[in-house]
Design a protein around this ligand. Structure first.
Ligand SMILES: [Zn+2]
Ligand SMILES: [Zn+2]
Length: 357
């Protein structure tokens, strides 16, 4: 994969750019060209690759020494960290911008990130497991949240602190008076105290606590990744921080906005064709490999627009079929070695192929 452009060209930087320039260039371009903003995923990936390389002094050194082509060979040849196929530019993006919370600042992912809890607000953590099917479509999940609160009927505002939970102490030190804030002893910092009615309170049966149950609909955004978070206000007292965890799929792997499926083929199937079913989220897709000719080892076939969206309005990525062809099995090897007729047939076949060159 040669782009024609060097990593410096991609980030619009001179060769002597400093670390801060590299960061700035990435920050600007990654936001501009993010696929959620309608940017081209390939271009976004190149920007991310360029940043990943130039921001790492060791990699940058190698890149400057070997040039574009040499660097790629070095990375593929095991000299690198295998950052090629598995490299996810979206992970880099979220890492750089400090996770979903950081993107809430005007980046426009609805319902994700942003807004801190008010003072005294409780924040509950919840991990939400979602399937790749959910990620493909985006969906809504019901969530039942139980919130233990102090009983409003038998607890009253603490007189000692006026409900704030803390008191000011004035300590005289010679000519100076120092003011210190400390937790209120009367209510142990809670701001509320149980009243005499607690023992006989019907609302909480003397526990001093009541449970509020909230049933909320949680939006699972299409294209959401593991680790992404959504900050949802539930009530005046409670927020919940949802962390999404995408479970593995038995057949598909996710690569950014692409769905990848690996298919093993025998030598015979690669020559004569193989028919199989892709259990796609929109319905089964039957593939006859002969439609793509004779399949070679490591061949990739793209089925356009059957992958993920990386945001509600972003275009879908592709479904990518990766074919792996098993080379000559031992059984067949022995068969050919021991069978003169078979060798003659193969020789004729190869002679025929060569005559067609
Ligand atoms: Zn108090
Ligand atoms: Zn009560």
């Amino acid at each position: 994969m040669t782009t024609g452009l060097s990593f410096y060209d991609i980030l619009n930087l001179p060769k002597n750019a400093g670390d801060e320039d590299i960061k700035k260039a990435y920050r600007k371009l990654a936001v501009q060209k993010h696929p959620d903003k309608g940017g081209d995923p390939e271009e976004f990936k190149k920007i991310s690759e360029a940043y990943k390389t130039l921001s790492d002094p060791q990699k940058r050194g190698i890149y400057d020494q070997l040039g574009d082509e040499g660097f790629r060979q070095h990375e593929q040849g095991g000299g690198g960290d295998g950052g090629g196929a598995d490299f996810n530019p979206f992970d880099l993006f979220s890492h750089f911008f400090g996770g979903a919370g950081g993107m809430g600042g005007g980046f426009g992912f609805p319902g994700r990130g942003g807004g801190g809890g008010g003072p005294g607000k409780k924040m509950m953590q919840h991990t939400m497991n979602v399937s790749m099917d959910d990620v493909y479509r985006g969906t809504t999940r019901k969530l039942r949240i139980k919130d233990d609160r102090s009983c409003p009927q038998c607890e009253s505002t603490c007189q000692g602190c006026g409900g704030s939970g803390h008191v000011m102490q004035h300590i005289r030190m010679g000519p100076m008076v120092q003011v210190m804030q400390s937790a209120c002893h009367a209510c142990h910092g809670k701001g509320k105290v149980s009243t005499a009615a607690k023992a006989t309170c019907a609302k909480c049966e003397g526990r001093g606590k009541v449970q509020e149950v909230h049933n909320v609909d949680i939006q699972v955004p299409a294209g959401v990744s593991s680790g992404e978070q959504a900050h949802i206000p539930i009530s005046n007292n409670l927020d919940v921080l949802i962390t999404f965890a995408v479970s593995n799929h038995p057949v598909f792997k996710r690569r950014g906005n692409e769905i990848a499926m690996e298919i093993q083929m025998t030598l015979r199937e690669s020559f004569l064709g193989k028919i199989f079913t892709v259990p796609h989220f929109e319905g089964d897709i039957v593939i006859n490999t002969l439609d793509y000719g004779v399949i070679y080892d490591n061949q990739k076939v793209r089925i356009p627009r059957k992958g993920f969206r990386q945001g509600p309005n972003a275009p879908r990525g592709d479904l990518v079929l990766w074919f792996y062809v098993t080379s000559l099995p031992e059984k067949v090897s022995k068969l050919i070695a021991n069978d003169a007729d078979l060798r003659k047939m193969l020789k004729d076949a190869f002679d025929y192929m060569e005559s067609k060159k």
